[in-house]
Design a protein around this ligand. Structure first.
Ligand SMILES: Cc1cc2nc3c(=O)[nH]c(=O)nc-3n(C[C@H](O)[C@H](O)[C@H](O)COP(=O)(O)O)c2cc1C
Length: 462
């Protein structure tokens, strides 16, 4: 009977120790999955209890997964291209229809819906507004999810689920209006399961989606505490047959203000490349200003942007962001009015916008303060428009411009990189410097900036 030697799951030395031990003792057995997921302490206790110890190294376990055939080798009528893009992250509250349309208008390659919990969307009624084309899924008291056909080619619907059957039903509810389904492996319990600590459930949900849904399936995870356990999980996820993996380069316990651990992504991207699958880097992406840096450090195929886009959705512009106040807000108001976005959400989006530093915006501190006051005092879109002197007379025309640009680009034959290079050649590029991280707060189980938590509290008071 081999002697259990508890060892921490850290890269390099541990792998070598395990290999040496295996060679010395010639033993093979099972290293439990939970053991791998939960890191050093769990691994010690499980090992201590186990008579049969698995002394395969994590490296070997990853290799084994990588050499197994794909579980659901599928092809789709419409494949999604996840590569070479800046994409909009899933964001509850923030990633609503106006924000997604604005992001696409400015150049986002794909947009994720906010996470919708399976049970919330199952059974929702699909209503199409014949005047605007807006499709809304209603259930109970209010709309659960709204979309417009113009965004369909780029729209990925993110599901929060801890149950394969419910996840499939949720995906089936919306599949006619979206181009991909993403599973969020939430790290917080509450509405959804903490899937990162229950990898078998996560994998079973992916398998069920792959089996039943005729759209590309993807998954978004955070880093696990140790690199070997992350790589092992990734190797198992990639084997299912998903089309894309997005990695938020923070662990569950890291706060949003802490620097994203890009340095841990390269190994994950390498596994993706072995499987021929794209890996998207998420965490601290600013847009064009740090895309090259992220690519060179991680090799990632694309970058997913959350908070920087929340502050200013024009970060997706190849020539760099524009002034929120003069350029973005008027468009947001027109889109929100035309698509009849609920006022509460429109106000929330406005509150998240932050003025950029010169030369992007030349507003004085006082002017910025005035805008904030007008937004916070307004009780309707008309009031805020009047206060900010934005005309809502022809919102349909603004919407058509936005729609036209989103539709156009698919036929243009020019990549977003072509546009960037063109802007660079013309000397038109104005990149916003890396933005400072906001203090921490949590809303609906997600880590968000403190400003957002305040706004959230405000709405609850209303
Ligand atoms: C307001 C807000 C809402 C979020 N909602 C979601 C969500 O619905 N699904 C999800 O996977 N992540 C969600 N996140 C996490 C982001 O998608 C992203 O992983 C995180 O903010 C790190 O990216 P960043 O550094 O670019 O902000 C949310 C983040 C914020 C700020």
């Amino acid at each position: 009977m081999p002697v259990a030697i508890p060892r921490p799951l850290s890269p390099g030395g541990d792998v070598r120790n395990a290999k040496r031990h295996k060679m010395q003792h010639g033993v093979m057995s099972t290293f439990s999955e939970e053991d791998c997921m939960n890191g050093p302490q769990a691994s010690t206790s499980v090992l201590a209890q186990n008579a049969e110890i698995d002394h395969r190294s994590e490296e070997e376990m990853v290799d084994e997964q990588m050499n197994l055939p794909i579980e659901y080798p599928k092809s789709y009528q419409k494949e999604l291209d996840y590569r070479e893009k800046l994409v909009l992250a899933p964001m509850v509250r923030t990633g609503t229809l106006p924000m997604r349309l604005l992001s696409l208008y400015y150049g986002a390659g794909l947009v994720w819906s906010p996470e919708v919990v399976d049970k919330a969307i199952i059974g929702a009624e699909r209503v199409v507004d014949p005047a605007t084309g807006v499709i809304t899924y209603h259930k109970g008291q209010g709309p659960i999810f709204s979309t417009h056909p113009v965004e369909k080619p780029y729209l990925i619907f993110q599901i929060g689920s801890s149950n394969p059957e419910l996840a499939v039903k949720a995906a089936q509810t919306v599949q006619q209006d979206v181009s991909g389904i993403d599973l969020n492996s939430r790290t917080h319990s509450g509405m959804g399961a903490a899937l990162l600590s229950t990898p078998d459930i996560l994998l079973n949900i992916l398998r069920a989606l792959l089996d039943s849904i005729p759209l590309p399936i993807s998954c978004k995870i955070r880093l696990l505490p140790t690199q070997p356990s992350t790589l092992y999980l990734v190797s198992r996820i990639l084997r299912t047959g998903i089309r894309n993996l997005t990695v938020h380069c923070r662990t569950r316990d890291m706060r949003p203000g802490e620097r994203a651990l890009w340095e841990r992504l390269a190994d994950i991207v390498a596994l993706g490349k072995k499987r021929g699958l794209p890996v998207i880097c998420n965490g601290d992406g600013d847009g064009w200003s740090n895309w090259e840096k992220i690519r060179s450090e991680t090799n990632a195929d694309s970058v997913m942007i959350a908070r920087a886009a929340e502050r200013n959705p024009s970060v997706f512009l190849p020539s760099g962001p524009m002034c929120n106040m003069t350029e973005v807000i008027p468009k947001l108001l027109a889109i929100a009015k035309y698509t009849q976005n609920p006022w509460g959400n429109t106000k929330f989006l406005l509150t998240q916008f932050k003025a950029s530093p010169p030369p992007i915006s030349n507003m004085s501190k006082q002017e910025r303060k005035n805008v904030s006051e007008i937004v916070s005092k307004s009780k309707s879109i008309e009031q805020v428009a009047e206060g900010l002197k934005v005309s809502l007379d022809d919102v349909q025309a603004v919407f058509r411009t936005v729609e036209g640009k989103i539709t156009d680009r698919s036929g243009k034959g020019r990549s977003i990189w072509d546009e960037r290079h063109e802007a660079e050649e013309k000397g038109d590029v104005v990149d916003e410097p890396s933005n400072v991280a906001e203090p921490d707060a949590e809303v609906d189980g997600f880590d968000v900036g403190i400003g957002q938590a305040k706004v959230e509290a405000l709405y609850q008071e209303e």
